[in-house]
Design a protein around this ligand. Structure first.
Ligand SMILES: NC(=O)c1ccc[n+]([C@@H]2O[C@H](COP(=O)([O-])OP(=O)(O)OC[C@H]3O[C@@H](n4cnc5c(N)ncnc54)[C@H](OP(=O)(O)O)[C@@H]3O)[C@@H](O)[C@H]2O)c1
Length: 244
């Protein structure tokens, strides 16, 4: 599938993977609109090449208005990339932090989906790209809240792929391994096979072009994604037991 001329809305584009992807898609000829809360970062990225539509995705009404503005500015919408995300390592189980993950990663994604699906259904075409994580494939200590929301995103996106297929809408689930972004810069644990945001963006753009249903990278994490579900529960718990 050609990205040239596609009208793409990237939500969560003020930094990291979303910002890098905006650059890659622009370079491949797409017409790009970028959203997140930090307007100045969006404007620095966009220059005069991209539409800038600031929004907080936890505000459903604001997301509806933003989607409307994006469609006005781009003249339609072919692809939406949902990259906005929140991560905090839990040292003690903490319901408030859990809620924050739910608000951004799940309700925020749902607000964006609600704003774009009817438009794509009316057009009879569209591609929804959701950025989940390999952290959603199995439970890991410290990622109880993040991993739970990422697992839920994987399930949500799969259900949508099945249900929206007859309407001409495809759904792509992206499961990155570790990517060097603001999200990971304060992590104090080992992050094997980490890639840069531009590398991640290229992998995602390539996967969209190849019409993949699931994009997992780097390759070492793709192997992990294949093997992790096969590991018995007790062995998994032993393998990832925190050191005292
Ligand atoms: N980095 C990794 O290792 C990694 C691995 C797997 C998956 N991921 C996933 O990849 C996605 C992008 O993360 P990243 O690594 O690129 O991190 P990042 O640089 O921190 O980017 C997160 C983006 O989400 C936006 N955002 C956060 N809360 C928002 C809200 N309430 N409303 C609108 N936008 C919001 C941020 O912009 P504002 O602050 O300006 O709103 C920013 O643009 C996330 O879904 C993350 O879970 C990351």
């Amino acid at each position: 599938m050609e990205l040239t001329g596609r009208r793409v809305w990237i939500v969560g584009a003020s930094s990291g993977i979303g910002a890098a992807l905006a650059g890659v898609l622009d370079a491949r000829g797409a017409h790009v609109a970028v959203s997140a809360r930090r307007e100045s970062a969006l404007r620095d990225l966009a220059g005069d090449r991209m539409a800038v539509v600031p929004v907080d995705i936890t505000d459903a009404a604001a997301v509806r208005r933003a989607a409307h503005q994006v469609v006005e500015e781009l003249g339609g919408l072919d692809i939406v990339v949902l990259s906005a995300g929140y991560w905090k390592q839990l040292t003690e189980f903490d319901a408030e932090s859990f809620q924050q993950h739910l608000d951004v990663n799940l309700s925020g994604m749902a607000n964006c989906l609600e704003a774009v699906i009817p438009r794509m259904q009316a057009a009879g075409a569209g591609i929804i790209v959701g950025i989940s994580s390999v952290a959603g494939l199995r439970g890991l200590p410290g990622a109880e809240a993040y991993g739970a929301t990422k697992a839920a995103q994987i399930n949500l996106l799969e259900a949508l792929r099945v249900g929206l297929q007859p309407k001409g809408i495809d759904v792509v689930t992206v499961c990155p391994g570790f990517v060097d972004t603001e999200m990971t810069e304060t992590n104090q644990f080992p992050m094997p096979f980490m890639v840069t945001a531009p590398v991640a963006a290229r992998m995602i753009a390539d996967g969209i072009e190849k019409q993949k249903a699931r994009i997992v990278f780097p390759w070492q994490m793709e192997v992990f994604a294949q093997l992790a579900p096969l590991v018995p529960d007790r062995l998994w718990a032993r393998l990832f037991r925190p050191k005292k």
